[in-house]
Design a protein around this ligand. Sequence first.
Ligand code: PDD
Length: 306
Amino acid sequence: METASKNIVLNVNGEFIADPFAPSISAFDRSYLYGDSLYEVVRTYGGRFLYLEEHLVRLAKSADLCKMKLSKPLSFYAQECEKSLNAFNTLNAPKLTEAYCRLVISRGTGKIGFGTENILSGPTFAVIVQPLNPPTPEQWEAGYRYGVVDRWRNEKRALDPAAKTGNYLNSLLAYLEATNDGYQDALLCDSAGFLTEGTTFNLFYVKRDIIVTPPFSSGILDGITRRTVIQIARRMGLEVREVPFPKERLYDAAEIFMTSTIKEVAPVVEIDGRKIANGKPGKITRRLKNAFTEYSLARSEKEKKS
Ligand code: PDD
């Protein structure tokens, strides 16, 4: 079995590629020509995938929204992810390195032209596994500084944010704009001026112990972490509201936090250059981060035993 250098494992259409940065997908692939692809990012806990099934179900939903027919069942993609993770774990043994895994599926490779009659292959896929790079404890304590950019999040009637597609140019530009202005990442509003989410993460604020997050109707990704955190918070007896709100609401929030597979639950301490509350991670944010990690580790242990 060939595995990649630099701790990266790349599996393209079922084959391991020795040099991950050498060309391995055709320039005529629709992912390259049109961003006509889907993707998911999953991570490991204790060297095993967690929430993989939820991510694959979301992938199927994205495929539906994009009218993309996956030629293989979801279990096939799960196996390819597992196969790639095994290669990664072998590469890193005996040290346990948590993994970041990105599964990308494109509509296929073929002649230039939107029509699917131009496609000469079935859907192509790639699995990338590399070391996970979560926030360090110092980065977490320092919190994140985000800017609300002028650029809108894609409208639901344009490219529905509920679909996790390989077409991230709008979010990427928002990121470049925000970082160019000295922020660490961008938050985007919809055309009505309501906040939606960040470039690659969901958004929450806390005021008077009530947790608020934009609803699906604002045009957001149904984040697996968002969903889990909402459940955990409600089980802890906290009130969570999914309602639209403008950016000004963030400025006088007691706490702000973001959620994503990579960062789990992380504090946001500054918005548009304004300090949020005392500029430190909030109490509820910390409780939810601990509860989320605890829940994930416990679920991982349980799945290991079964
Ligand atoms: N991003 N919103 C957007 C636009 C995202 O791209 C993501 C995920 C999320 C959070 O979803 P989840 O909790 O399921 O990871 C929200 C991944 C991590 C990425 O693109 O790297």
